[in-house]
Design a protein around this ligand. Structure first.
Ligand code: NDP
Length: 398
């Protein structure tokens, strides 16, 4: 008997709700709560079978979250609202004795700044309360960390170079749209790039470093170096890593739109005065862009996300290793009504909660995914719709 509350009824929340409902032996009771209850009700209706209960909550308010948790008394909360709500939800978890999982690190609203320090600061409080918090359990962060932990456990004695490579080779037929929350997505991409080398962080201009990388079943795609949050925990947890980088593909059309958006000031996250009203340009832009949840229907092609790792194998011989998953937008849509970017985030979030509820990932404190045993999670990826593949001794291109 285990009860889960999912907070957030966006693209990712929709997938998490579907996948929890598909696993009734683990998730015996499921509550979906978000700011707008009607969105939760629509998802619950679509899933059917009376599997999902709904509720509403403003997750910026610890008080409302505490009331929600006291009403339902869940074992774990899956936070797939926005990164702004991470700390309020963690506070409410501590107050009510609820375990916690999310897919994105906390970000203050007024600063596009990605680091784990705010959430790692809760470590002792969660330890003392005997509660487990699992951070960053989507695909990247998430599966990228589990893939790295799996490589370390089974293939490497020392990992020296880590490159996380994220390709979306899908086409949604729109001139410009983001694949997940536009505000969070544009904040992420327009910040400076950053990578880790020989114990230090090297900063680059936004999207300054790029090169073509070849993705399985897709071919070569221009890939851009970005800062991504899992780099921070992975270099801490695997000190043998000399260099860690993150690459993401973008099409020329997307980059041209992004450049215009920035040049005309629509990517600004500070408040401006408009006809006596305070608005944040990026939030206004979100309101007029296509809703990522509506992209699925005509989305074709696939995503390919993985880790390319170089180092010494268990016998201290040189090893290059590539582990990846390819996910089809069409197949994700047929199963859940959402495209592959929401699917690849929502499935691992459900698996993370499953790992906790089945006793495999129970560790009081605040932890990133690579701190747990990767094996049972990897097994579930194959079962739950995200099969993975590994290749050894190839040219990693990075
Ligand atoms: P959406 O914008 O589609 O959905 C967010 C949901 O959260 C909406 O239902 C929204 O409600 C709800 N919400 C926002 N603010 C509040 C609040 N104060 N209280 C309650 N509910 C709130 O986003 P996505 O589904 O695309 O993304 C969800 C999360 O997943 C994000 O944190 C994102 O960063 C993360 N992500 C992680 C990835 C990974 O691989 N690790 C990849 C992609 C996304 P309403 O509808 O009323 O606005």
């Amino acid at each position: 008997m285990a009860k889960v509350i999912i907070i957030g009824a966006g693209g990712v929340g929709t997938v998490v709700a579907h996948k929890c409902a598909q696993n009734p032996e683990v998730f015996t009771e499921i509550v979906l709560a978000s700011r707008t209850r009607s969105k939760c009700e629509a998802i619950a209706r679509k899933i059917g079978g009376g599997r999902i209960k709904t509720d509403s909550v403003d997750a910026d308010s610890v008080e409302q979250l505490v009331e929600l948790f006291n009403r339902h008394r869940p074992d774990i909360v899956i936070n797939v609202a926005l990164p702004y709500q991470d700390l309020t939800i963690m506070d409410a978890c501590l107050e009510c004795g609820v375990n916690y999982l999310d897919t994105a690190n906390y970000e203050p609203r007024d600063e596009a700044h990605f680091e784990y320090s705010w959430q790692w600061a809760y470590k002792e409080k969660f330890e003392k309360a005997g509660l487990t918090a699992i951070l960053g359990c989507g695909f990247d962060p998430g599966v990228s960390g589990v893939f790295t932990a799996y490589a370390a456990k089974h293939h490497f004695s020392e990992m020296e170079y880590l490159d996380i490579v994220d390709c979306n080779a899908g086409d949604h037929g729109k001139a410009f749209a983001t694949n997940f929350n536009p505000e969070i997505n544009i904040r992420e991409i327009t910040q400076n790039g950053r990578y880790y080398q020989d114990g230090e962080w090297v900063t680059t201009g936004p999207l300054e470093i790029h090169k073509p990388l070849t993705y399985p079943n897709i071919g070569p795609r221009e890939s851009y170096l970005l800062y991504h949050e899992e780099l921070e925990s992975l270099v801490k947890n695997y000190p043998s890593i000399k260099r860690a980088r993150f690459w993401m593909t973008f099409g020329q059309e997307y980059l041209t739109h992004l450049r215009v958006i920035q040049n005309i000031g629509m990517a600004r996250i500070d408040e401006i005065d408009y006809n006596g009203m305070k608005i944040v340009p990026l939030q206004f832009l979100k309101a007029v862009l296509p809703n990522p949840q509506d992209l699925g229907e005509n989305y074709q092609g696939e995503t390919s996300i993985g880790c390319r790792i170089e180092g010494l194998d268990k016998d201290k011989n040189h090893l290059t290793y590539y582990i990846y998953n390819n996910c089809s937008h069409e197949a994700a849509y047929r199963e859940t009504g959402m495209q592959a970017v929401s699917y690849t985030t929502g499935v691992p979030a459900m698996i993370g909660a499953m790992m906790f509820l089945t006793g495999k990932w129970v560790k009081p404190g605040v932890h990133n995914v690579e701190e747990f045993d990767p094996d049972p999670f990897m097994e579930q990826l194959n079962i739950q719709g995200l099969p993975w593949h590994e290749v050894k001794n190839i040219d990693l291109e990075v």
